[in-house]
Write a protein that binds this ligand. Structure first.
Ligand code: KIV
Length: 282
């Protein structure tokens, strides 16, 4: 059965009805197609692509060109899920004018909305982008673009001051007009509290089971990222061994000349072959 495209209204009303939102990162056409077929609510073209697709150490090196190219690919594969495109580091931090412009480019590339990291300090930026007609998802808690300042990929909000600061960030992001917020790597109690206090959906990653939805990185979900597996990740499949096996089988088949087999080959018809007989006889 076909479904209608997921709108911001649908995302907001999911919170009202208590239907959990499911978001997954997608960086290319085929993942977007499968995510859509799986009836996921939201596909995030995350700047995590810098790490899982390009092998960078962090998301800091991701550029607008990267995000535009991957957002276009996801858009081509996605008919109904809501596509959120991440704003890379330094594309919204330097001025509000630049932030609006770059957010607009991501919408032109096919995003339905954009996501940016930051709370209280970025509320004016969120407000300006929303006023320009571009829907925004906030991202608070662990914000990977500033891991140097945060001291690494560590859970946030574990002491009183930090928990209060994250709640303040959440409220500021909502107040600024974001229609949803990603909350990353905080204690479950804080995830629950913030989800209760906000009227917009809170999409958790490492924020416990009580948030209004969950998001995972695709390569984590299918067991493809080799560097580390965060505590909050569940690998719903482990495809790496299967892909490795397929590549090894291919290597062996080529070396043993069992691939390509006759069914994989084009053949000349007998007339053409006869006409070329002189060549084959040489
Ligand atoms: O870039 C990303 O994949 C993200 C998720 C971790 C939420 O921001």
């Amino acid at each position: 059965m076909s479904r209608n495209p997921i709108t911001i209204k649908d995302i907001r009303s999911a919170k009202e009805t208590g239907r959990k939102l499911v978001m997954l990162t997608a960086y290319d056409y085929h993942t977007a197609q499968i995510g859509d077929a799986a009836e996921l609510d939201m596909l995030l073209v995350g700047d995590s692509l810098g790490m899982v697709v390009y092998g960078l150490e962090s998301t800091v090196g991701v550029t607008m060109d990267d995000m535009i190219r991957h957002t276009q690919a996801v858009r081509r594969g996605c008919k109904t899920a809501h596509v959120v495109a991440d704003m890379p580091f330094l594309t919204y931090n330097t001025s509000i004018r630049e932030a609006i412009y770059n957010a607009g480019l991501l919408l032109k590339a096919g995003g339905d909305s954009v996501k940016l990291e930051g709370g209280v300090d970025f509320a004016p930026t969120i407000e300006a982008i929303v006023k320009a007609g571009i829907p925004v998802v906030g991202h608070i808690g662990l914000t990977p673009q500033t891991i140097s300042a945060l001291g690494g990929f560590k859970a946030q909000g574990r002491d009183e001051a930090s928990a209060r600061a994250i709640l303040a960030d959440a409220l500021a992001v909502e107040q600024a007009g974001a229609y949803s917020v990603v909350l990353e790597a905080v204690p479950s109690e804080l995830g629950q509290l913030i989800s209760r206090r906000l009227t917009i959906p809170v999409i958790g990653i490492g924020a416990g089971p009580h948030t209004d939805g969950q998001v995972l990185v695709y390569h984590d979900l299918i067991g493809l990222y080799d560097r580390f597996v965060p505590k909050f990740v569940k690998q719903f499949a482990q495809l790496r061994p299967q892909i490795l096996q397929a590549m090894q089988d291919y290597r062996d088949a080529v070396r043993q000349s069992s691939f390509p087999a006759p069914e994989h080959c084009f053949r000349l018809n007998e007339t053409v072959k006869a006409a070329l007989a002189d060549l084959f006889e040489q």
